[in-house]
Design a protein around this ligand. Structure first.
Ligand SMILES: C[S@@+](CC[C@H](N)C(=O)[O-])C[C@H]1O[C@@H](n2cnc3c(N)ncnc32)[C@H](O)[C@@H]1O
Length: 460
């Protein structure tokens, strides 16, 4: 059986109606526990000899979806059992005192703030310019409202779109605007990438000619973003353990017009940091991107399992972070995860700093404050220019401005004198960065709640 991320598997398949297939798979996944209950209580597998996964898809389509328009032997099989399946669904609703199928879902699977997030589209400047992409989209029936000036401007309807508040290459559309069949997407002129996922490369900001290492790179959205920032000049070493994901990445990079990369199907922890290719450059920058944990809906149901999973991931991430600090010419490092768990974020950073006493940090209070006060892209630039910075930026999973992929992003630099780290957060009211005293948002019991920011004291 093929394994991989759901989206990758669906989009790699040869199925003609990819969009419908993806919707079917996602919806089946959402209703999975309910479908399983129905299948088990009607003993469907015994009667049909179907496998559970296929049975779930068919039962979903029959009872909740389009009603099995597919035809063929599967439909014939399922139609025989339709009355029993329908009766079981009806009994379930009576037992739970609900009338709609949607209401059977656990609270965490019902509509989340994530469903209302804008659709972010990164213009691939290796292939086109923002201006040309905007013009094309306007001719295609979208209406351009200019650059967003405040968070409210990101609440978009129908075919309206704006330029992002901070990242000029990022265009923002109304939630769920579909681009998978769009010419600009198919031609690699636009990349469907959330804002949070654009920040690591944006903050690393390697000048053209840099040498950059992308530690856990596939499927490569950040890699292609880096190549665009580097204008395809320099070298981009990208590693990934998973050969299949790397193969998909290779295709995506080709489509995006990336040429400065060198892919390696290799465990990043085994990369020889003293290899000659990492020595003979004075611009060796390291990007560290990993985020294997997003909140799972069933996390509360298996607290012990979840705890062990987190601990093992955090330990792996710490090893990787330590390993990246061994590159002799390291200038700047971004650590980015798609997790909102402090064990994978702040705690990894703290442990890393303790284990690497020679790697000290400095909080550039001045530039941070400038940025805090003005929040303008120009001050971000100012802030970025200082490579001797170690700041932890917390982003959460469902921030309306950042998009689906939350997580923690850290920027680190060598040889800083003043050993102090401040934690900055994106606050709920839409402030982009907030220095200490801001709030970190986490999800508890399916709701977004605020936690206090963390503050790292001097490490000696
Ligand atoms: C969240 S994804 C990275 C996303 C990617 N940076 C992007 O922006 O498109 C994590 C990746 O880490 C890879 N990975 C896990 N352990 C690894 C290791 N030891 N060395 C290299 N890659 C690894 C996984 O195969 C997976 O593709």
């Amino acid at each position: 059986m093929k394994q991989g991320a759901l989206k990758t598997l669906v989009y790699d398949s040869k199925f003609p109606s990819i969009k419908q297939l993806f919707a079917l798979v996602c919806e089946t996944q959402k209703f999975s526990s309910i479908l399983q209950e129905i299948i088990e209580s009607t003993k469907l597998l015994k009667h049909t000899k179907l496998k559970m996964t296929l049975a779930k898809v068919l039962v979903y389509d029959l009872l909740i979806g389009q009603g099995l328009k597919c035809g063929g032997t599967w439909k014939a099989k399922m139609m025989k059992h339709r009355p029993r399946l329908q009766a079981e669904l009806a009994r379930m609703k009576v037992r739970r005192k609900v009338s709609r199928n949607e209401d059977l879902l656990p609270a965490s699977a019902q509509q989340t703030p994530g469903d209302q997030l804008p659709r972010y589209v990164r213009v691939n400047t290796l292939k086109t310019s923002v201006e040309d992409a905007v013009d094309y989209l306007k001719r295609d029936g979208f209406s351009y409202l200019g650059q967003a000036l405040k968070l409210d401007n990101l609440t978009l309807k129908n075919k309206d779109f704006v330029m992002d508040l901070h990242l000029p290459e990022l265009l923002v559309f109304s939630p769920k605007t579909e681009f998978h069949d769009h010419f600009l997407y198919k031609a690699g002129h636009i990349i469907l990438q959330d804002k949070a996922s654009c920040l690591p490369a944006y903050l690393l900001d390697p000048p053209p000619g840099s040498h950059v290492i992308d530690a856990c790179a596939a499927p490569g959205n950040k890699t292609s973003h880096l190549a665009a920032i580097m204008k395809n000049r320099g070298r981009l070493f990208a590693f990934d353990l998973d050969g299949k994901r790397l193969a998909t990445m290779s295709t995506l990079l080709l489509r995006a017009g990336v040429t400065c990369h060198q892919l390696a199907n290799q465990d990043f922890l085994k990369v020889d940091t003293n290899g000659p290719q990492y020595k003979d450059t004075n611009q060796n920058v390291c990007l560290w991107c990993l985020g294997m944990v997003c909140l799972r809906d069933d996390s509360a149901a298996h607290p012990e399992e979840e705890k062990a999973r987190l601990a093992s991931l955090a330990s792996f991430q710490l090893k990787c972070l330590n390993h990246s600090l061994r590159f002799p010419r390291l200038k700047r490092l971004v650590y980015s995860t798609c997790s909102i768990h402090s064990q994978e974020n702040e705690e990894v950073i703290t442990a890393c700093l303790q284990q690497n006493p020679n790697f000290s940090m400095k909080t550039l209070t001045e530039s941070v404050q400038i940025f805090h006060q003005t929040e303008s892209p120009a001050s971000l630039q100012l802030w970025q220019q200082n490579t001797r910075l170690f700041v932890l930026l917390c982003m959460q999973l469902h921030h309306p401005e950042l998009g689906q992929l939350g997580g923690t992003l850290s920027v680190a630099g060598h040889n800083c004198e003043n050993q102090r780290v401040k934690v900055m957060s994106c606050s709920w009211d839409g402030m982009f960065w907030e220095v200490l005293g801001g709030s970190r948002v986490s999800r508890q019991k399916g709701r977004l709640q605020e936690e206090k920011s963390l503050f790292y004291k001097k490490q000696k």
